[in-house]
Design a protein. Sequence first.
Length: 433
Amino acid sequence: MLEKFVVRGRNRLRGEVNISGAKNAAVAIIPATILSDGVCTIENIPNINDVTLIARILKEMGADVSMVDKTTMKIDSNGISSPVATCESVKRIRASSYLLGALLGKFHKAKVLSPGGCNFGVRPIDQHLKAFSSLGAKCKVESGVIDIKAEKLIGSSVYMDTVSVGATINALLASVKAEGTTVIENAAKEPHIVDLANFLNSMGADIMGAGTDSIKIKGVKKLGGTTYSIIPDQIEAGTYMVASAITSGDVLIKNVIPKHLESITAKLEEIGAEVTVFSEAVRVKASNVLKKCTIKTMAHPGFPTDMQPQFASLLSVSDGTSIITEGVWENRFKYVEELNKMGANISVEGKVAVIEGTAGKSLIGAPVKAIDLRAGAALILAALTCEGKTTIDNIEQIERGYEDIVFKLSSLGGDIKKVFVPGDESLDLELAL
Ligand code: UD1
């Protein structure tokens, strides 16, 4: 059976929604358990397909992985005896690249299939390999397999030519048990980098400066078990903030770290939404048609590229001409064609999208396809404003990263249903690890 979302728009969202644990932190922390000699209990795990997949990969490699309750995962990675990850699942998720750093850190060797993930154009790993080489490893890529070996890992200065979340995470994983001190310069500063460093420190690592562009890692001999709670998901929170704004709603978004949402909050306020910030929640309220704005996506603390498609939906029904420049990825506007099928007026020239807002006039429901995770979220947001019915295909992309999205939006008054239609068997990704 194929699964689709059917959304009927024009309802104002109201009420409260709880944000789940951060996907991008979870998919780094789970492979990081490979470095531990003990048992790791990880709390606030989001129930999403990317997490299921990365946990399943660890399990296939020999780890003992179990759910203690709905949001707590226990991992004992001591059963992983070989530094090889070449099962098919590896190709389906970008975060499987973190197996490289974790296996290298533990075994001084790693053999991992080239990772998958959202297709935003070329997704190079040269900076990951550069970091491993700086620590003394030899890397080769042959027939889609990345093969890395080191006699020993020696702490060193790792200078990133470009700010990369993935390469920073891999450099942390590979250096945490290296001999001596490593300094990562021009490091990424995303909240999930800090979360991973805190997790590693809770296992006994010695990492300072995560969240700045210079991270210092003093190698330790051993990492033990830990109990650690993952931060809330910045992008899920941002998506519900836009859901409230786009439906002229009034939603309290709970279990968030407002500091992580500052760039999103600033843009919403700039276009006329009312955002009230509490210590662990934000309330987004909009009553009038919102205004145009200019956005350029950047590494943290700039405006996150992973919120770019959702804002394209919002600006499509705002007043005036908005401009979004994609500053991180080479090709992240493939979803525009789908939004335009719903009556949006967006034209793209290279990395710049020009959006002619409808000034509050409804978009029209249409059959559309989720090109990738955040693009899929953008279609749901647009569908919430539409006259008529929108059917969204390829929803496994959305379920990679949004926990219980049907339940959460429905409880706010959104009209969204998951339907099953005859077709190819879709992959069974239940959290039965
Ligand atoms: C992570 C996120 C993704 C987000 C992105 C940017 C996860 C699992 N995914 O992806 O959702 O969109 O950060 O915030 O956390 N680059 C190189 N060489 C490299 C690595 C990256 O040139 O070796 C370039 C990329 O092509 C891109 C930019 O650096 O233009 C940023 O990529 P990066 O931060 O590495 O993204 P990911 O870690 O893959």
